[in-house]
Ligand binder design. Structure first.
Ligand code: UDP
Ligand code: MG
Length: 196
């Protein structure tokens, strides 16, 4: 008889082979070409790993849909989901997580506030066997003082109230193993707060 197919080593693959970069997009026509160049460079820097650039167009009303369709027509790594209407960032992410393949799924904002180059470090951590790898903000350039102050207050209040470990200044920018995504997908609440 053959040995069982699953072993401890298979449950924790030593090497990430297939990476999906998932970006929700709402009216991001101005920045999408630059985002695409940055993720393309990231993929070029990782020969030997397959990349998918998955975009969820969250009911954009600008040129986002056309830019994404053009990218997909020229680059087979580009995958696009078009939502019929604007449903918000968390629902767009949920749709993306449902569709994402690969053994590591990295969630990034399309507006380049999450630097794609950081995903290189996330891949290294995933190779070590980590299931959830968070990026933590040191700075938030380009935000208003009100956003900075309200975000700082929000994260600290949540840390105080949370019954489980809560990481301050950590948004949705993170990488999840296939195992973590499959677990997260079992939760189907419509009011979502994925980073929690
Ligand atoms: N986004 C989305 N649907 C929305 C609003 C935003 O998919 O209704 C996307 C947006 O294109 C970006 C990410 O979600 O890639 C974060 O949005 P935003 O930059 O507005 O949020 P913030 O920087 O304030 O966290
Ligand atoms: Mg932003």
């Amino acid at each position: 008889m053959n040995p069982p197919a699953t072993t401890a080593a298979a449950a924790h693959p030593a090497q990430v082979r297939e990476v999906t970069l998932l970006a929700p997009c709402y009216n991001e026509e101005a920045v999408l070409p630059a985002y695409y160049e940055r993720v393309r460079a990231l993929a070029d820097a990782h020969p030997g790993r397959a990349f998918h650039f998955l975009f969820v167009n969250d009911g954009s009303t600008d040129g986002t849909a056309k830019i994404l369709d053009d990218l997909a027509a020229h680059d087979p790594r580009v995958q696009v989901l078009h939502l019929a209407a604007n449903r918000g960032h968390q629902i767009a992410l949920t749709a993306g997580l449902d569709a994402a393949g690969g053994d590591l799924i990295a969630i990034l904002d399309a507006d380049l506030q999450d630097p794609p180059e950081v995903v290189a470090e996330m891949i290294k951590k995933a190779d070590e066997g980590y299931d959830v790898i968070h990026a933590q903000r040191r700075q938030r350039p380009g935000e208003t003082w009100f956003k900075l102050a309200s975000a700082a207050l929000f994260y600290r209040l949540m840390k105080y109230l949370a019954t489980r470990a809560w990481l301050a200044d950590v948004g949705d920018f993170r990488a999840l193993s296939r195992r973590a995504v499959d677990a997260l997908r079992r939760y189907r609440e419509p009011h979502r707060f994925l980073r929690g």
